[in-house]
Design a protein around this ligand. Structure first.
Ligand code: TXA
Ligand code: MG
Length: 341
């Protein structure tokens, strides 16, 4: 069931307050929300998604003060970035306050927090009087929803209320970052060894709506020198699994010099996939990365429901930097086969 207007926020609030789950719009993707104060609702989120308990959730706050109530430490550089980018697609990983339910954090000592940029959801959190935990509103491992109708098609048999806030402005998930805090022993040792005690160290755990370049640019206005690094592979967030965001039909990334229409491409795909391919369809990425991100999940869904039996996307040497990084991160994880490397 979809809720279409601002008045419906009160209904959504009542459901959350009663320990139920509601789908919410954000500027990145739709989320499946539970009040952080309801263990029953938190469990329902994991159950609906089919999500394993080792994958922690992001907590959404409506003010910096509310975000601060979730943590034990609020480092100055985190404060700077929060004030610079919030409300917006940046998630901060910080030491969690004792009252934060370990279900949310998968038992970790840290909690992920952001203030989303969507009026409906900000109003909802404010009216509820408690932050909400929300993963993307898709079944585990599947393509995230960037429109209300994606959520309803993801959960066709559930009586789930979806607060319809229109198509998402960004279209893919927030950038997740952590801080090397001096309270962390190995960081302290590393800092001592390299004499960087006066440097703030930020790690990108998941590329997303804020690009690395935007982070670095913002940090030029910060009072201390800052190092931004990207974690890869197993160092990344517990939830950034290799197989993720998968559409209903296999997605294959083709090398840039391959002609997607050529008969020989199909023949070599059949060989690699070890099956017959009768109806391939091509995913075209807009030349503007802002638009490409906004349309990505919608196109992946639309094309995988178009009767095609394989989805191909062509690697592009030009579309790699800045905002493209998050797009290729998602495509690479969504792909069954990557013939571009
Ligand atoms: O844009 C978004 O971030 C969307 C909207 C709904 O806010 N949410 C979202 O949630 O993408 P989800 O659950 O699909 O992804 C959360 C990511 C996962 O990669 C998870 O591992 C990571 O955040 N994460 C959460 N808590 C963490 C923690 N304490 N330490 C490291 N990573 C964490
Ligand atoms: Mg997700």
């Amino acid at each position: 069931m979809k809720l279409m207007n601002f008045q419906d926020i009160a209904r959504a609030r009542d459901l959350l307050a009663a320990g139920d789950v509601v789908a919410i719009p954000t500027e990145t993707v739709y989320g499946l929300a539970a009040s952080i104060e309801s263990e029953a609702a938190l469990r329902k989120v994991f159950a609906l998604k089919g999500r394993p308990f080792f994958d922690p959730l992001i907590v959404h706050a409506h003010s910096i003060k509310q975000a601060q109530s979730l943590v034990r430490e609020w480092p100055p550089v985190a404060d700077f970035l929060a004030r610079f980018f919030w409300p917006g697609p940046l998630t901060l990983i910080l030491p969690r306050a004792a009252h934060v339910n370990p279900l949310i954090t998968a038992g970790l000592d840290t909690v992920a927090i952001r203030i989303p940029r969507h009026d409906f959801t900000l109003k909802l959190i404010e009216q509820l009087g408690a932050p909400i935990a929300a993963p993307s509103a898709n079944r585990f491992g599947r393509t995230s929803p960037s429109r209300a109708e994606h959520v309803t098609s993801e959960f066709p048999n559930e009586n789930l209320l979806v607060l319809d806030g229109g198509p998402c402005e960004i279209g893919l998930e927030s950038t997740v970052i952590s801080f090397a805090l001096v309270s962390n022993q190995s960081d302290a040792a590393a800092a001592a060894a390299t004499d960087v005690t006066n440097v703030d160290h930020i790690q990108i755990l998941r590329p997303g709506g804020i690009s690395e370049a935007e982070l670095v640019e913002a940090l030029t206005k910060w009072s201390r020198p800052t190092v931004v690094t990207r974690l890869s592979g197993s160092e990344r967030s517990p939830g950034t699994l290799q197989m993720h965001y998968q559409p209903k039909i296999p997605l294959v990334i083709l090398a840039s010099q391959t002609d997607p229409q050529a008969e020989e491409t199909r023949a070599s795909l059949e060989k690699s996939m070890q099956r017959k391919i009768s109806n391939p369809v091509q995913l075209d990425l807009n030349d503007d990365p802002i638009l490409a991100a906004r349309e990505l999940y919608h196109d992946m869904r639309r094309l995988s429901e178009s009767g095609a039996d394989i989805l191909v996307v062509q690697h592009s040497a030009e579309k790699q930097n800045g905002s493209w990084e998050a797009i290729w991160d998602r495509l690479t994880r969504a792909a069954t086969l990557d013939l571009s490397r």
